[in-house]
Design a protein around this ligand. Structure first.
Ligand SMILES: Cc1ncc(COP(=O)(O)O)c(C=O)c1O
Length: 401
């Protein structure tokens, strides 16, 4: 997809078209739809929950949620109730689960808005109080910790949690809609802990069923488990990273998994100048030009979400990809165009791509993850609000789910 193609659509989040032209994250919603359809086919007969927390990993929660539902996802998942309420406020009424709460979470609003609530333990009484107040049964999913060591009832607490939930269900205060857990190492398919977690999950389901729980959905799999472990699919798979077209596996890229990266971060070369051999570049002067050279200034920095540690990350201009040299600063970073002549200074104003879908060898979020020593989840999610999102291939309003 070219920027020109994307730009022909009405920008959804901009602070003026000049800003968009200067730098933007172009989100190709056709790529999201393609990826969702791919996961729907892999997971069937299980359904797909599109995980759109953290503003859809930086892609835009409302736009991605609509595209995902359009392409066959049946559920939406977020971490915070506030994220769920924002989706409801946008008119999205699909089944929607929020699973990470604090004592200040707005359970009343969640119950009122028909948001399903993940319950690890202490939340149960607070949610029941909200249901009483709202005079509406809460919809809950009981979460068991099968080994990740974060949220979820421990196996020891599980019996009691299930028993209390069933008492409240009998009183008509809630409905246990689901049972779920989260995997720790599914991105490393050789690791045996996934088998242990799966066995613990099956055991927890058996305990709940013995206690009379009759769920609509049992769910465990994330993106890597959906791709590599059909035995973890149960009734519903919770797919985040894969929706955005990114690979969860080291050594396997998006194309090899049949996925299309949805986000392209691009800007314009801000300045271009000829410098002598030995020119220091950026704070710390950690890089010096090894010969007379031309430096290109790229107006993206850590305030835009580029990791400060990612020196060496690739930037594509035209057909050529250059590594970032010297330290990445708050607003800018520098590439060394090499010993090119003054004519090349004409690159000022040329489009510079930080990462995109990787076709024709272009830079990817995976490349930036490698340069920063992190994962591709973090690269896309941290692209900051200073970079306007623009949407390619957004469905016309009348056709939206
Ligand atoms: C509970 C839960 N389920 C599913 C996901 C989606 O994971 P992934 O992006 O690997 O598909 C997440 C994301 O971290 C999560 O926290």
């Amino acid at each position: 997809m070219t920027y020109e193609a994307a730009a022909s659509f009405e920008p959804a989040t901009t602070s003026g078209s000049a800003t968009v032209l200067e730098r933007s994250a172009v989100i190709d919603l056709d790529a999201v739809r393609h990826n969702v359809r791919h996961f729907v086919a892999i997971a069937s007969p299980a359904n797909v929950m599109a995980v759109v927390k953290a503003d859809a990993y930086g892609h835009g929660a409302v736009q991605v949620a609509r595209a995902a539902l359009d392409a066959g996802a049946r559920w939406l998942g977020v971490a915070h109730i506030s994220e769920a309420l924002a989706l409801r406020a946008a008119g999205i009424d699909a089944p929607l689960l929020a699973w990470l709460h604090t004592t200040e979470s707005n359970f009343q609003a969640a119950v009122a808005a028909g948001v399903d609530i993940g319950i690890s333990g202490w939340e149960l009484d607070a949610v029941v109080a909200a249901a009483r107040e709202q005079e509406r049964p809460a919809r809950i999913h009981l979460k068991v910790d099968t080994g990740l060591g974060r949220n979820g009832a421990t196996i020891d607490q599980w019996d009691e949690l299930v028993g209390s939930a069933m008492e409240y269900q009998d009183e008509g205060l809630l409905r246990v809609v689901g049972i779920f857990s989260h995997l720790a190492v599914a991105d490393e398919p050789h690791r045996l802990e996934t088998d242990e977690q799966l066995a613990a999950f099956r055991e927890a389901i058996a305990v709940a069923e013995d206690a009379g729980v009759d769920t609509e959905v049992r769910h465990l799999a994330n993106t890597p488990a959906t791709l590599s472990r059909p035995d973890t699919h149960f009734d519903l798979v919770r797919v985040g990273l894969g929706l955005y077209g990114l690979s969860p596996f080291e050594g396997q890229n998006s194309a090899e998994l049949g996925l299309r990266p949805a986000m392209t971060v691009r800007t314009l070369v801000s300045n271009c100048k000829r410098v002598p051999e030995g020119q220091g570049v950026s704070y710390g002067l950690n890089y010096r030009t090894p010969r007379p050279s031309t430096l290109g200034l790229i107006p993206l920095g850590y305030a835009d979400g580029v990791p400060r540690v990612a020196t060496g990350g690739p930037v594509q201009i035209g057909e050529i990809t250059y590594p970032v040299v010297g330290r990445i600063a708050m607003d800018q970073m520098v590439i060394d165009l090499g010993g090119v002549g003054p004519a090349e200074a004409g690159l000022r104003g040329a489009e510079a791509i930080m990462f995109g879908d990787g076709t024709n060898g272009g830079p990817t979020a995976d490349d930036w993850a490698a340069a920063a020593g992190t994962n591709n989840y973090e690269i896309v999610t941290r692209i900051s609000p200073r970079v306007p999102r623009i949407y390619a291939n957004e469905a016309p309003e009348a056709d939206r789910p």
